[in-house]
Design a protein around this ligand. Structure first.
Ligand code: CDM
Ligand code: ATP
Length: 288
């Protein structure tokens, strides 16, 4: 038996940091959306009781450091499953980029094994299990456009964001989310108007969305890695409607309603960075 599951990347249309909590995490308010840039995971039964991950990416660990491995182990232990699994990972989402690649792979694994092993878990139960792997996993279990609070794990689904083109640029630096949060001086952060972003999505108002997108962590990561600001400036110069960092970075995404503009941004940035993609927003009826 073989199951194929797609794991789409996310962008943060809005990311606000409210305060540091007693458990060490930060209280956040975010609007996230899935984009049409996805890893492909292929699950096959193994005769032996073991977890075997194979990938075409040289950046990924294939042992228990991999979020996919952690998701498999979680289900095996929780439901006393003595079956083996082979997972082939075709990695397309840049790693350590702020695009939730690892979290989306973990979420795809939970969804796929729920089917393959006939566990009968609801989306809410999968999300709750996923929260033990990472703060972004509950969102990734569901995907689409959502409002997130708590440490990112309390979710309210939203309608699809207005359809547009998204140009993704990942500079060569890798950013550790933990490092960005550890050094954070919350009092010095700027705050996007997340409610305005939410209203723009609810009313499907592209211009209002462009006017309100923003990320509290952008200046923090850009201070450590000036290339983030340089990418933003170039994107705007080449005609992006908006350019914002995703997650804790370093990826910056540009939103463009016209393909010709997106192509201009893509061409302008391609010479500056290697890892540049032009993709569409993902509509909920496109997610498998
Ligand atoms: C910044 C975002 O990418 C926005 O989507 C996410 O909130 C990060 O989610 P993630 O990568 O799944 O994060 P986790 O693996 O749960 O946490 C990594 C580290 O980031 C910090 N962290 C993360 C999320 C959060 N709300 N507050 C935090 O302080 C914690 O120090 C934690 O040790
Ligand atoms: N399946 C996986 N895909 C990508 N990274 C993984 C995976 N499993 C473990 N990792 C590790 O997780 C770390 C973060 O990678 P990831 O691509 O998830 O970051 P990210 O895009 O910043 O995620 P987030 O936006 O959720 O913080 C890397 O150090 C990577 O080695």
């Amino acid at each position: 038996m073989e199951i194929i599951e797609k794991a789409p990347a996310k962008i943060n249309l809005g990311l606000d940091i409210l305060h540091k909590r007693d458990d060490g995490y930060h209280e956040v308010e975010m609007i996230m959306s899935s984009i049409d840039l996805a890893d492909k995971l292929i699950f096959r039964d193994l005769p032996q009781d073991r977890i075997l991950i194979e990938t075409d990416s040289s950046f990924l660990p294939v042992d228990k450091r991999n979020h996919i491995y952690q998701a498999v182990l979680l289900l095996k232990e929780r439901f006393s499953i003595k079956r083996g699994i082979h997972i082939e990972v075709r990695k397309r989402i840049p790693v350590a980029a702020g695009l939730a690649g690892g979290s989306s792979d973990a979420a795809a694994t939970l969804r796929a094994l729920n089917r393959l092993w006939q566990l009968g878990l609801s989306i809410e139960e999968l999300a709750e299990l996923g929260a033990t792997i990472g703060s972004d996993v509950p969102y990734c279990v569901r995907g689409n456009t959502a409002h997130a609070t708590g440490r990112g794990d309390i979710l309210t689904p939203l309608p699809d964001m207005p359809q547009c083109w998204v140009v993704i640029v990942k500079p060569r630096v890798s950013v550790s989310t933990w490092t960005i949060f550890t050094d954070l001086d919350v009092a010095s952060l700027t705050h996007p108007d997340v409610n305005a972003i939410k209203q723009a999505v609810l009313s499907s108002n592209y211009q209002a969305l462009i006017d309100s997108v923003g990320n509290s962590l952008e200046s923090v990561t850009a201070n450590k890695y000036p290339i983030v600001q340089q990418i933003k400036e170039k994107m705007m110069k080449f005609g992006a409607d908006a350019a914002v960092m995703s997650g804790s970075g370093p990826t910056v995404f540009a939103l463009c309603d016209k393909y010709s503009r997106a192509q201009r941004v893509y061409n302008g940035l391609k010479g500056f960075c290697d890892d540049v993609h032009i993709v569409r927003t993902l509509q909920s009826n496109q997610i498998e």
